[in-house]
Design a protein around this ligand. Structure first.
Ligand code: PNS
Length: 161
């Protein structure tokens, strides 16, 4: 399988910012497994199946990108995948504290797991699934920030044409 990185998240829904991280990471890793958290702490807009389906449709058939789900601790999942690399994207400073906390907790839980951070492209600095959902919920256009299939699904979910 070569060196594979696990890219975990809630992906509620996947955005162009996430996809940019995956594409750029593929210049460093042989493959990326996008690991969708089945039971995130936050309340989700989309079901697990919907989140996975949107990712699969967004990455199309790329044999270097795998889409999977996980339950329980991330470090246990990563170890089960026979890799030790967790990939996370980082936007503005506001992400830092949360990411720092999470990677240190993961490190406490399993010293073999290494978290690699990639800075987001400036284009996606201020976008997040949360802010995209908020705009879409009022009928705001989020075209260009998410894949077309996600754009359509958000419109369907919030009852806009
Ligand atoms: O996209 P998100 O919501 O920032 O992703 C957070 C996620 C799913 C990666 C994180 O909450 C997670 O790893 N959850 C699984 C449980 C776990 O291992 N938590 C971290 C150590 S307590």
């Amino acid at each position: 399988m070569g060196n594979m990185a696990v890219y975990p998240g809630s992906f509620d829904p996947i955005t162009n910012g996430h996809l940019s991280i995956v594409r750029r990471a593929l210049t460093m890793f042989d493959s990326i497994t996008i690991a969708v958290a089945a039971n995130p702490m936050k309340k989700m807009l989309f079901t697990l199946d919907e989140r996975v389906d949107l990712i699969q449709k967004s990455v199309k058939n790329d044999d270097k990108i795998f889409v999977d789900t996980f339950n329980g601790l991330l470090v246990d999942y990563v170890e089960g995948k026979k890799t030790n690399i967790v990939l996370r994207g980082m936007r503005a400073l506001s992400d830092f504290e949360y990411e720092f906390q999470m990677s240190l907790m993961n490190r406490k839980l399993n010293k073999n797991i290494q978290t690699i951070f990639m800075m987001t492209d400036y284009k996606w600095l201020y976008t997040s699934s949360t802010i995209i959902k908020e705009a879409a919920s009022y009928g705001g256009s989020v075209g260009g920030l998410v894949p077309d299939v996600v754009c359509q699904k958000l419109k369907d979910k919030f009852g806009f044409q």
